[in-house]
Design a protein around this ligand. Structure first.
Ligand code: ZN
Ligand code: ZN
Length: 305
């Protein structure tokens, strides 16, 4: 039977409709991520640095110019530029074929440190910024080389404003941890993080990485927290890739807008793109999820390393 579930974080309804997904694990090939392109012609591969705009940040390797660990460059086809904001691409690794799930821990850590450094670099210039990642054709990625993006804006988007209003009634993320932090929707947890499939997941296998501590800003995280987050993020992605065979996905790193001193609880949200929101969802802002979050969590638990 289908049923309405309230998403009390994003203030919207989700319809859980498992009968629409009686074949939930047989997602079609074009919803998956398969590395494409050729390192020789890929603009994000080492040796082709001249094909991107000049870098705004780099973590260098030991060798020369083409030896780097992470690069950040302006997006060649920006969503925003000038007064409206900035749009950067974070090239996560020189390895065209890597994934967060299978790259070395140190590389994942360098990616997270780059997110932190770049957010801090924008803090005084813009009221709002978000790091996100699109992977695979259904995730909206145009290049398959591992990369994420950072967009800063001159204003705070409506969805973020609405979310901050929720905090006036108490923290919805602390409530989520209290309600679901150790039950059927838990995937795993560590000293400082809880990984779970929220009851109000909008997508099959939606999974959130939530710090236990009620802290507003990811970019204020000390090294030891990023160290632990790198392990947790890698383990989560590896389980998802094994469970669903490298799905297209979107990852959002949600942190408090720079210009706000509202209450907030930062987190990472990962949403595989295995189903396509269409007319009903667009017209109603009601999400339709075909997989019970408890079942998604159980499948992910079976694929943990
Ligand atoms: Zn490449
Ligand atoms: Zn909280």
């Amino acid at each position: 039977m289908s049923r309405f579930i309230r998403d009390y974080v994003r203030e919207r309804w989700v319809i859980l409709a498992p009968r629409r997904g009686e074949r939930p694990l047989q997602f079609s090939e074009n919803l998956k991520y398969r590395p494409k392109g050729n390192p020789r012609s890929c603009p994000f591969c080492p040796g082709n640095e001249h094909q991107t705009p000049p870098e705004v940040f780099v973590i260098p390797g030991e060798g020369g110019n083409s030896d780097w660990k992470v690069r950040v460059v302006p997006n060649k086809y920006p969503i925003v530029e000038g007064e409206e904001g900035v749009h950067w691409v974070i090239i996560e690794t020189p390895d065209h074929y890597a994934t967060v799930g299978n790259m070395p821990h140190q590389q994942v850590l360098m990616i997270l440190k780059t997110y932190r450094e770049r957010l801090l670099a924008l803090k005084e210039r813009f009221p709002y910024a978000m790091v996100f990642k699109n992977r695979g054709p259904e995730g909206g990625a145009s290049l398959s080389h591992p990369h994420s993006q950072l967009i800063a804006l001159r204003l705070i988007p409506d969805a973020v404003r609405r979310e901050m209003e929720v905090y006036q009634r108490g923290c919805p993320i602390c409530l989520l941890l209290e309600r679901e932090g150790d039950g059927a929707n838990l995937v795993f947890s560590s000293e400082n993080f809880v990984v779970l499939c929220p009851s109000f997941s909008a997508f099959p296998f939606e999974v959130w990485i939530v710090p236990r501590q009620h802290l507003p800003s990811f970019e204020e995280s000390p090294d030891e927290i990023l160290e632990e987050l790198a392990r947790v993020y890698k383990r989560t992605m590896a389980a998802l890739d094994r469970a669903v065979d490298f799905p297209s996905f979107n990852m959002l790193l949600r942190s408090r807008p720079f210009s706000s001193n509202s209450d907030y609880h930062w987190r990472m949200e990962i949403a595989p793109r295995l189903t396509k929101p269409a007319g009903f969802e667009w017209g109603t802002e009601v999400a339709v999820n075909i997989l019970e979050p408890g079942r998604a969590a159980e499948i992910l638990r079976r694929h943990l390393e």
